[in-house]
Design a protein around this ligand. Sequence first.
Ligand SMILES: [Zn+2]
Length: 231
Amino acid sequence: MDEATPPTPKMKRVYCNRCKLETNHVERGTHRRADSGEHGFWDETVYTLWTCAGCDDGTMETAWTMAGMEDGEKQIYDFSYAPTRAEEDLSQKVFRQLPKQLKLNYGEAVSAYNHRLHVLSAAGLRALIEGICQDKKIKGKNLEQRIDCLETILPKNIVQNLHGFRFMGNEALHDLGAPDSKDLRLAIEVSEDLLNFLYELDYKASRLPKKAKPQPQEASNTGSQPRAGAE
Ligand SMILES: [Zn+2]
């Protein structure tokens, strides 16, 4: 062999934000930083740049450990990735007919969810439901009552689902505990159904290809002239 065989690259399975699935990643370089202090304390951070073997997208991994973080003989590392892995992220649906303010509330609720800001996401969802009630002129003393009154324009099961989210019933925003991630995800999906039902269905129906209208019988025997420019 006249050429040195390149070292086999280190590989690792990591979720790829671009491929949207877990793929093989190739190690491109590492940097290690270690600190030590008094009484035998030390900690270590290892930065590794990985690239996806499929799409070539890069990801920085930070692996951190310290004295005492071990399992028998093995050191335990805490891993994080930049950009954040989007495995659990929700993608924002496109609503073309939504009033501007509601679009903003919906977008911020999803974005806060994706940034793991659950209280803010729940607050955004409440603002969205409040905004819908206002837009649809739904009256009621509090949010719970207004959700009840949504039954006049929404299928009953969607309204019942909305009541199922405890953070919707909590009057004061400062009483909002962080809702469970699964609950919040479901609440966002229910809100999407609601937006779809209230704002998009007509729009989508209007975009269906128009069926050819039956030609009026008299058109063929009145001898009417085609309009100028008609095809
Ligand atoms: Zn990829």
